[in-house]
Write a protein that binds this ligand. Sequence first.
Ligand code: 5U1
Length: 670
Amino acid sequence: MTNKKNQQRIDTLREELDSHNYSYYVLDNPEIPDSEYDRLLRELDELEQQYPELITTNSPTQRVGATPLDSFSEVQHEIPMLSLGNAFSEQDMTDFDRRIREGVEKKNIEYAAEPKLDGLAISLLYENGLLVRAATRGDGRTGEDVTLNIRTIDAIPLKLRGENYPAVIEIRGEVVMPKSGFDKLNRQQLEKGEKPFVNPRNAAAGSLRQLDPQVTATRPLSFYSYGVGLIKGMSLPNKHSVMMGKLKLWGLRINPESRVVKGVKGCLEYYEQLAKKRNSLPDEIDGIVYKVDDIKLQGIMGFVSRAPRWAIARKFPAQEEMTKLLAIDIQVGRTGALTPVARLQPVFVGGVTVSNATLHNQDEIDRLDVRVGDTVIVRRAGDVIPQIVSVVKSKRTGKPRRFYLPDTCPVCGSETARFDDEAVTFCTGGLFCEAQRKEAIKHFASRRAMNIDGLGDKLVEQLVDEGLIHTIADLYQLNVENLVKLERMAEKSAKNLVASLEKSKKTILARFVFSLGIHSIGETTAQTLANHFTTLENIMGADEEKLLAVADVGPIVAENLMTFFNQEHNREVVEQLIAVGINWPKIKKKSANDSPLAGKTFVVTGTLETMGRNDAKAALQELGAKVSGSVSKKTDYVVVGENPGSKATKAADLGITILDEKAFTKLLTQ
Ligand code: 5U1
């Protein structure tokens, strides 16, 4: 390409990328998939690498500077960045509206209303359409120059769109971290063994305070404009809402929830609507900002100390409050998981009184270093279970002891266990533990386990609640006579259930092992165990060495099996089940060569719901199949889980049989 052609292509790419960015962030209407955007950006980057003389500072490739700063320099705000007065009730809003009406001597006032974002106020200075400086609010008069960090935020244009923008314009708004990005960032922090951020605002602030813009560039930050400071070369329009419309045309993001409302009634209705939506919005908000829309009227109202009289922030109930941790209790869930529950001094937060919060697991207790007697910050957002977000260490008195989950189950006294790579501590009581009993029975009766027709979840609950059954073995003692005594149980249904129970006695070993609900023993592992050991006695009697010799069995599965069968009460239940006549056909040890899968080549792609990729591989190898990492003409089957890679497409192109997880499990267990 000639230099002119290169320049043309570069210009086109930059325009296209800017335009796609605009559609994505400002119009909230992406025109192309992310992969296509990345391809265009790569093409531009490659061209610019080839012709560095054609690079401009405002090219979409130049968002992230390579050199970290030593410190942030100070910025004086020519027009101070104001704060806002607060309203906490309808009465406060009525008073605000009255003050305005009296102040401007008008009956009906229109207000521009929009969410009050829980982020960081930022000033963006554009000269001749180019972003030349970005600063934090600081104390309102002096902030910090964070231009290099702000440039990394894709939602902020480096160059304004169109041509009708003023020569100088200072745009003000809020940098935020969307909730989804915050959750992802915190997951990554935990994976790296680093401290998670307390809330999206802290995460946004921490991200902007980085001296190295390369770090900021990795943080999922966004921006919404809400006003204008300095403006030269153009006079302000007569309405705030019209100004916001202009900012949008120039490429700045405006909150899509912004509205113009009439009078205090409109303000209150808007509040109700947004309060309902609050938790489903993509960004954290802590209230609503109302501004007199007419800019002339704003001028009449003026300012009081450092806040405008023409605007107000109506706050939502706080979602975080401080309180005392009185005790930590343990709840044993229906799956046997031990959950530590914080008992709190009751506190009004998120619109309700909270006296309990979940502490999740031992890792969470360790991470927070929370101890009984501590002062803690509790968060309750919407219907989400209240959480303890941090401990106010400065308020800790004495030397409270660290808290550890118990070694024995508080419900049944069985040992508790936890594996290295699992966060959950669970009760090993299994079928014996009252907390787990209903769930264990439901699992036992389920279609893929013993397939007891007519024994649904509700009926299991009823049977346990009425004391008719205590263990899965008791199911086989049920008879029509005692079943019909149950509420809503007709004789016909009772007879059917007894018949189903009878029918379920004829099963296969794999199903029986699966139906016992042993921690981490899914259908595939149960099948592998049955194939390998051929009898229940062999499985129950296998020691660690023997278990680990099975292709699909790792230390966790081995430990779970041994723990389960070492419990006297679990052995008793199994014996009772055999005694009532549960039976299965004898298994002839299948050599790999007998299996229909022997010699077949499999490729597994994507995430499987019921087993890890290694488990799938081991199960296939056990049956004499080969597992390959890449698809070729020699591949017989491609197993496709969630989010498969290009292997699935290649398999389809080559006409290879594709199996979803269900079909795959069926093939393994046939
Ligand atoms: N959404 C929004 N937030 N916020 C903060 N609008 C808005 N306006 C502000 C502030 C401090 O101040 C102007 C009213 C001057």
